[in-house]
Design a protein around this ligand. Structure first.
Ligand SMILES: Cc1cc2nc3c(=O)[nH]c(=O)nc-3n(C[C@H](O)[C@H](O)[C@H](O)COP(=O)(O)O)c2cc1C
Ligand SMILES: [Mn+2]
Length: 528
């Protein structure tokens, strides 16, 4: 039974004892963060704030995904392995051998029909349509941390369209509020919406064989550090945006943003799906019911019909503006940088919309549970291209891009390094700063077991593999923004065929007979 909307989801959280409604007045500036942080650090419930300073009558939901149980409830499973198993079922399909095999496949095909979104004529998100007189200031958007550049929309579903294929993408990229009608679009260079943006630029300069330098570098930063710094200073001193002249094509790209959707849609916007797989389809798969979409008022895009709030507008191809700093999920502020500017043309919303948000900061926070869900759900898909993988663990304090522990079934020399390279070439796993590869007898979910065995098994100079490549935009230590080094540690047992000719010791394990004997005598020995 899929959740129809955010409200059905909130009702379920409430019934499950996973929700606390707070009627005392709270400030969306910093105070909500401090409350939500304390609650999420002690495994507390989702929160609905019903009395928000400066926003009479408004409500805000936070921490909806903030525990393993709520993540399961959100995706309507008892364990995330159920989803992994469903994915595996679809991948396990053999060519049918005869009529009976074909008949057996019918239910699966029928189920697939449920994944595709359908467009409906209207929906609750159109209860209030404001294309003239609207403002972001009407919503209780948080300023999360003291050094944040301002208020940020932190859990949006940002919808864009690939101009060449027409396919939509939905990504969760934070949005900085500049004023009631203007905002900063923090899609990082390697994300799908940024590629849509570059595709627009390519289209705008069609006829020229290559993109201008500026356009090529991400979206891009004007060539060279000095220019960038100069633009930055200009932007700050003018208190507004910079139009980059000459080297960038003009034109614009349409964007729609849905805030407060049913949990499967919100979650689908954060999953690192292949660029061409539309998130509405993923949401349909997760909720086993099609996502219903409505057309936007002022842009040619579709948004979930039951969204609480929808922002419509566009970004200019020749405009960038300083975005950030923002207290990020690394536990540090992500530094300011130039990003495209979102100009709103319309806001539609439900009557009395519920503003859905999250905060990120020092882990563990709500996003840790979303990340863990991604880890479980994506494991079977990773195994599809890297079949020797047994299990992976992205420890929460590794903030997902800093550390991946991988166990493998090693069958040939050098395979641990092959796995590292495969991970670094797999979608957003390319950002992984440190990969530790262990043998299959190590339980990667048990950090004590990993520490014991990995560190025992390495000769650091021999077993560490460095490489260079794209790094997460949030990495503040890399030599350059977005570009730096990564490290893999081959902590598997080394083989003679890998040049290791010393004897390898056995792990200490007691024999079964002695264990059984002591089991039997345990009480007699005076233990409980
Ligand atoms: C709470 C939260 C906030 C996020 N903020 C951003 C962001 O500001 N910019 C960004 O590029 N990715 C951000 N992400 C990660 C993206 O949502 C994620 O990489 C997603 O897979 C991007 O979708 P895409 O592959 O369609 O581009 C955030 C994730 C979460 C859970
Ligand atoms: Mn995507």
């Amino acid at each position: 039974m899929a959740y129809d909307d955010l409200r059905a989801w909130i009702a379920t959280l409430d019934r499950a004892g996973e929700l606390k409604k707070i009627s005392a007045e709270v400030d969306p500036i910093l105070e909500i963060t401090e409350i939500a942080d304390r609650v999420s650090k002690c495994g507390g419930p989702a929160l609905v704030f019903q009395n928000i300073k400066g926003h009479p009558g408004a409500q805000a939901l936070i921490n909806q995904f903030g525990s393993a149980r709520r993540m399961n409830l959100a995706l309507e499973v008892n364990s995330l392995d159920e989803i992994a198993n469903r994915i595996r079922q679809f991948m396990d399909v053999k060519s049918p051998q005869g009529f009976l095999d074909k008949v057996k496949m019918l239910p699966m095909l029928a189920e697939m029909g449920k994944f595709f979104p359908k467009t409906v004529s209207t929906g609750p998100c159109k209860e209030v349509i404001r294309c003239d007189n609207f403002s972001l200031d009407d919503f209780p958007i948080l300023k999360c941390w003291p050094k944040d550049a301002g208020r940020f929309i932190t859990l949006p579903c940002v919808v864009t369209r690939d101009p060449s294929t027409g396919k939509r993408n939905v990504g969760c990229y934070r949005i900085q509020v500049y004023d009631g009608q203007t905002a900063g679009m923090h899609w990082q260079r390697q994300k799908v919406a940024a590629e849509h943006y570059r595709e627009r630029m390519r289209a705008a300069v069609s006829g020229t064989p290559t993109l201008p330098q500026n356009a090529r570098e991400g979206w891009g930063t004007p060539a060279g550090r000095d220019t960038r710094a100069a633009v930055d200073i200009m932007a700050r001193s003018s208190g507004g945006s910079v139009l980059i002249e000459g080297d960038r094509p003009s034109g614009k790209m349409e964007v729609a943003v849905a805030i407060g959707t049913d949990p499967a849609i919100t979650f689908s916007a954060i999953v690192p799906a292949p660029p061409d797989v539309e998130e509405y389809l993923i949401a349909g798969f997760l909720r086993q019911k099609p996502v219903e979409l409505v057309k936007c008022e002022t842009v040619d895009l579709e948004v979930p019909a039951t969204s609480e709030i929808v922002l419509e507008g566009h970004v200019h191809l020749d405009e960038l503006r300083t975005e950030g700093p923002f207290g990020d999920h690394t536990g540090f502020y992500s530094l300011e940088d130039l990003y495209p500017v979102f100009h709103l043309s319309c806001i539609t919303h439900r009557k009395d919309p519920i503003y859905s948000t999250t905060i990120v900061g020092k882990p563990p926070m709500e996003d840790a549970w979303m990340g863990k869900a991604v880890e479980r759900i994506f494991l079977p898909l990773m195994k599809l291209t890297i079949p020797e993988i047994v299990d992976i663990n992205l420890p929460i304090e590794g903030v997902f891009h800093n550390l991946m522990i991988v166990s493998i079934k090693k069958s040939y020399p050098g395979q641990a390094r092959k796995v590292m390279n495969a991970v670094w070439s797999l979608g957003q796993a390319m950002f992984t700063k440190c990969i530790v590869v262990v043998d299959e007898d190590v339980d990667v979910q048990d950090i004590a077991d990993v520490t014991l065995k990995a560190l025992n098994h390495i000769d650091p100079e021999r077993d560490i593999q460095f490489t260079l490549g794209p790094v997460d935009s949030l990495d503040h230590a890399s030599r350059l923004p977005n570009y730096g080094s990564k490290m893999g540690i081959d902590a598997t047992r080394k083989w003679p065929s890998e040049g290791f000719n010393r004897p390898w010791p056995d792990e200490i394990l007691m024999d079964e007979k002695t264990k059984a004997l002591v089991d039997k005598k345990w009480k007699e020995l005076g233990f409980e």
